[in-house]
Design a protein. Structure first.
Length: 346
């Protein structure tokens, strides 16, 4: 029997809702409709995410988005079989909004509810693409809060190969952008600016590139960007594109080479890239070229599904249910997990 799954994402500064159909024959679930509201404009005045404002905005957005998704898919709320929500990790208050709405909705419908790991949603989001991967594979999870390399043998079968010991790659983009005086959100602005710059203009460090392991560190790069910006002084404005390009090149080189090392170490021939930084054009270009040279396969989520979204939450719920890793239950007392290691999932 197929299942209609409603997914709600509210872990940080995007409210996402989606409907996914999980076929009863175990085939890859299908995305029927999704909608997303970003809080970027609201947080821009503060230079970063304000948790209390994020939570309040989720409250305002989640039900209208749900109505929109149901209407677009031609479904009614009563037809939903399972309500899934992001249980963690993320901002506690923001997570509580999605959890509370999902559990109240499921209770009113007398339908099961399922809490989903946010990073598992990102990890499985490429299965929503036109070129879905196959297990097993190496995954590069790269976002504003996380940078991890994982061995993925199946749904719920994850082993961390390496992770950041300080700043994540997305943080390195955002913090470097702030040091250059670029507006929030800095990472995408820095990447666009870098397209007009010289990536060889400044010699910036590639932390842990030759460490012999698969861990990451980007805090030293951020410090180097600060030092270079101070050296430039009044010339920073004229050289900003070059500094942006050099910064992006350093981050991308580390990500690509560590990913290739993970593939070599595991002997796997397939890599999945997921998370917001997975939309970065230079990262895609360089990883695609390096993998093509070695006859390796690379998979990404569609560009519009790289950021946090409800589709990945509904998809992860569907795949966990199909794999027998989870049983959706009618238990409506809920909690959230602001900190939740992905490799702790069964």
């Amino acid at each position: 029997m197929s299942l209609l799954i409603l997914g709600i994402e509210s872990s940080c500064d995007e409210t996402g809702v989606a409907l996914v159909r999980a076929p009863g024959d175990g085939a890859v679930p299908v995305l029927l409709s999704h909608a997303l509201h970003s809080q970027i404009e609201m947080h821009r005045a503060y230079g970063g995410v304000v948790p209390e404002l994020a939570s309040r905005d989720h409250i305002r957005r989640v039900l209208p988005l749900t109505e929109h998704v149901l209407g677009e898919a031609g479904q009614s709320l009563s037809q939903v079989d399972v309500v899934a929500f992001t249980r963690g990790p993320g901002l506690a208050g923001a997570l509580l909004v999605g959890a509370g709405v999902a559990c109240a909705m499921a209770a009113a419908l007398d339908k099961p509810v399922l809490g989903v790991h946010h990073l598992e949603g990102h990890l499985l989001s490429p299965f929503l693409s036109a070129d879905p991967p196959e297990f097993p594979f190496v995954a590069l999870l790269v976002s504003g809060g996380h940078t991890q390399l994982m061995r993925v043998d199946g749904v719920g079968r994850y082993a961390i190969l390496g992770e950041t010991i300080d700043d994540a790659a997305g943080e390195a983009f955002d913090k470097s952008a702030k040091l250059m005086g670029l507006p929030y959100p800095g990472g995408p602005v820095l990447s666009r600016l870098a397209e007009g710059g010289d990536a060889q203009a400044f010699k910036l460090p590639r932390p842990l590139l030759h460490s012999g392991d698969l861990d990451f560190s980007f805090a030293g790069l951020k410090t180097a960007v600060l030092t270079q910006a101070k050296k430039l002084g009044a010339d920073l404005q004229a050289r900003k594109a070059d500094l942006a390009a050099s910064t992006q090149a350093a981050i991308v080189e580390v990500l690509v080479k560590k990913t290739l090392a993970a593939l070599q170490q595991t002997g796997m021939r397939r890599v999945v890239v997921a998370g917001g930084v997975g939309a970065n054009r230079l990262l895609r270009e360089q990883l695609n070229a390096a993998c093509a040279k070695r006859q390796l396969r690379v998979h990404y989520p569609e560009l519009h599904l790289c950021t946090d979204n409800g589709a990945m939450i509904a998809m992860a719920a569907a795949m966990r249910l199909q794999a027998g890793r989870e049983t959706a239950q009618k238990h409506y007392a809920f909690d959230v997990k602001p900190r939740w290691p992905l490799d702790s999932l069964a």
